[in-house]
Design a protein around this ligand. Structure first.
Ligand SMILES: NC(=O)C1=CN([C@@H]2O[C@H](COP(=O)(O)OP(=O)(O)OC[C@H]3O[C@@H](n4cnc5c(N)ncnc54)[C@H](OP(=O)(O)O)[C@@H]3O)[C@@H](O)[C@H]2O)C=CC1
Ligand SMILES: O=C1OC[C@@H](O)[C@H](O)[C@H]1O
Length: 351
């Protein structure tokens, strides 16, 4: 975040916060940014909004859904930008995969266009994307056990820790972001282990469908781990559809290197099976750059700097961001409940 901030003309890092002013000053001198444990996100995001500041809040947005609704209520009534910082969603590779899985783009000459042309036109969700109608979508984020020790904030229930709040919240977001609509129910959830009231790993299944769900046959899966046995992190999206399979590795930090693989089955019209591999780096920036650029563009538009059309678009996207952040926290909370664990609470009873 600090590196992109140095390269974006509209961004200046002007302060950091910590409990101990001496440590804050030392950190500020070195880096200029501090992140807070999950249980304090909502309280400090609200304080910043009340002070008239636009907020880009670390994920997960809050400790639970009630707190998310409360903070987004403050944001929307004050007309400020308030966004959950899923930096990966802003990277062009994530956007491309979402496009591939959603209604097909008719770009001439691409494999996607050919698939789109032999896809029945039954309405945006039923039509499906490059792999046809989605049948299953799995999001895995596995962090090696060496990464976080027992005393880490991620294993502190009082700070709203837990795997589902950390690696797991990327998975929760992915299950809405990639298909373009959110799951409607948690069908199973189990913690792999529990440390100080915090899940050390979580596996969950979700269903889509019912009112507005759109795709009744789709099953979503989450595999999140902060005690993964492998040496390196694994972040992976796997999608199965009626016409093939898509895998996308490194979806959390695609700018380090990633690969999107489309394996398409033969179809009745005589199209042979086909495997396509692609990578999408855009201008080669990190997730954090794209995220910060969108944030500053939105702030400039809200200040009237880019005209009425841009302003209307930003306002619509802020509404969507608010709904997405709340839906993510609802899903995380429902998974805790289904797994027999307490939904997380804010560190202080501040509202
Ligand atoms: N977007 C991304 O790529 C990433 C996001 N994150 C998110 O950032 C947040 C912080 O994670 P991370 O930076 O790893 O955390 P750290 O363990 O580094 O803690 C961050 C700060 O929280 C403060 N803190 C620790 N314990 C307490 C406490 N009991 N009460 C109040 N403040 C406390 C400390 O500040 P001090 O002691 O100086 O007051 C510490 O510097 C999390 O929400 C995480 O999900 C984390 C990593 C990457
Ligand atoms: O990007 C990340 O990777 C590791 C996680 O534990 C961390 O909180 C997260 O944001």
């Amino acid at each position: 975040m600090i590196w992109p901030a140095r390269r974006l003309a509209d961004v200046q890092v002007v302060g950091v916060a910590a409990r101990d002013p001496v440590r804050a000053e030392a950190y500020a001198r070195r880096h200029g940014y501090v992140a807070l444990p999950n249980g304090l996100h909502g309280e400090w995001a609200a304080a910043a909004l009340r002070a008239g500041k636009h907020v880009l809040c670390e994920k997960p947005f809050t400790a639970n859904a009630q707190e998310a609704r409360h903070v987004m209520g403050i944001a929307r009534s004050s007309g400020l930008v308030c966004r959950e910082a899923f930096h990966n969603s802003e990277h062009p590779a994530n956007k491309r995969v979402a496009e591939l899985l959603q209604a097909s783009r008719r770009t001439k000459g691409t494999v996607v266009a050919r698939i789109a042309e032999r896809t029945p036109q039954q309405g945006p969700l039923a039509r499906g994307g490059a792999i046809g109608e989605l049948l299953s979508l799995t999001a895995r984020v596995l962090i090696p056990s060496w990464a976080f020790k027992e005393g880490d904030i991620r294993f502190n229930e009082g700070l709203a820790g837990g795997t589902m709040m950390d690696a797991g919240c990327y998975c929760a977001d992915a299950l809405s972001f990639f298909p373009g609509f959110p799951p409607t129910a948690v069908t199973s959830a189990a913690a792999k282990g529990v440390l100080h009231g915090c899940d050390t790993g979580m596996e969950a299944r979700v269903a889509y469908g019912g009112k507005g769900g759109g795709a009744g046959q789709l099953v979503g899966r989450i595999e999140a781990d902060l005690r993964h046995g492998g040496l390196l992190p694994v972040t992976l999206i796997t999608a199965e559809g009626t016409r093939g399979r898509l895998t996308y590795d490194n979806f959390v930090v695609p700018f380090f290197g990633h690969q999107i693989t489309l394996a398409l089955a033969p179809d009745r019209g005589g199209q042979p099976p086909e495997t396509r591999r692609m990578s999408v780096y855009g201008s080669g920036e990190s997730n954090y750059y794209y995220q910060l650029r969108r944030f500053t563009d939105d702030v400039v538009a809200l200040r009237g700097g880019t005209g009425a059309r841009a302003l209307a678009e930003v306002e619509a996207s802020l509404q969507k961001d608010a709904a997405d952040a709340i839906a993510n926290m609802e899903l995380v909370e429902a998974i805790y409940t289904a797994a027999g664990l307490r939904p997380r609470q804010p560190t202080h009873a501040w509202f």
